[in-house]
Design a protein around this ligand. Structure first.
Ligand SMILES: C[S@@+](CC[C@H](N)C(=O)[O-])C[C@H]1O[C@@H](n2cnc3c(N)ncnc32)[C@H](O)[C@@H]1O
Length: 239
């Protein structure tokens, strides 16, 4: 085990999880604990109230990459999301998607079944039912027919569990079209994360998001904010 592995906070969720895609639970955050997070923007500050619950899995608490991605979309201003179809993958509490809705996007908050209730509650608490749809989306499975192709995909802290790496790449492939913007915020934890990027490289290229003033600060915590672009598949030869 290397030093990244030793200090990994997600280890507490991973005990005994080799056979399950849903990581084991962190007992310390009980249902109903609340968190208020504020993200200052160019014109105003966006504030989200979050109900937490670790019992349905690691997504029931707020993760650092989610806060970084939320702050980035807020500081970019509402013009980049207003009126757009936005989809958040592995949404957990719903934090990033809720922020996107507060910026005027129509947002699909997606995750595995055990997280749907906490996301629904957070949509209600923040009075965003008119802009948010909560939907089960298991990576690697067909995209539910009622989810429209998104203009923007948001994903935060979704690289942590090796069996899910190919599933996440598959879902990104299924969802991303030529004009889709994909903002992918990632905290490096294990050496094994490299294997995710080795898979991703077959289908996507990525660039650091360079216009984020907070970049130097979160880079120190091994967090990267990337923009993914789908590679063109070689055209089939005819004749
Ligand atoms: C570390 S949490 C991050 C949650 C949230 N994005 C944040 O930043 O606070 C990872 C999320 O990915 C979800 N997830 C893991 N495997 C998944 C899968 N196979 N399909 C869909 N979601 C998955 C988990 O349920 C969890 O909500």
């Amino acid at each position: 085990m290397d030093s990244d592995d030793e200090r990994d906070p997600l280890d507490r969720f991973m005990q005994g999880s080799d056979v399950s895609i849903v990581p084991d639970q962190l007992p310390s955050v009980r249902y109903g604990e609340k968190l208020q997070l504020s993200f200052p923007g160019p014109d105003s500050t966006i504030t989200v109230d979050l109900i937490l619950d670790a019992s349905p899995g690691c997504g029931g608490v707020a993760w650092p990459a989610g806060e970084v991605l939320s702050q980035y979309i807020v500081q970019r201003g509402p013009q980049s999301l207003r009126g757009k179809n936005v989809l958040e993958l592995g949404s957990g509490t719903g934090l990033v998607g809720l922020v996107a809705a507060m910026l005027g996007g129509t947002v699909y908050l997606t995750d595995q079944a055990p997280l749907l209730n906490i996301m629904r509650e957070n949509v209600q608490v923040n009075k965003l039912s008119h802009l948010c749809v909560v939907e089960e989306l298991n990576w690697g499975e067909p995209i539910p027919a009622d989810i429209p192709r998104p203009d923007v995909i948001l994903a935060a802290d979704c690289v942590y569990f090796e069996p899910a790496f190919p599933l996440l790449v598959q879902t990104l492939c299924d969802l991303v079209g030529e004009d889709t913007e994909v903002l992918f915020c990632y905290k490096k934890r294990r050496k094994a994360d490299k294997r995710f990027f080795a898979l991703l490289k077959k289908k996507f290229r990525w660039d650091d998001v360079s216009d984020d003033p907070a970049r130097t600060t979160y880079s120190r915590e091994s967090i990267s904010l990337l923009r993914l672009t789908k590679l063109q598949q070689p055209s089939k030869l005819h004749g």
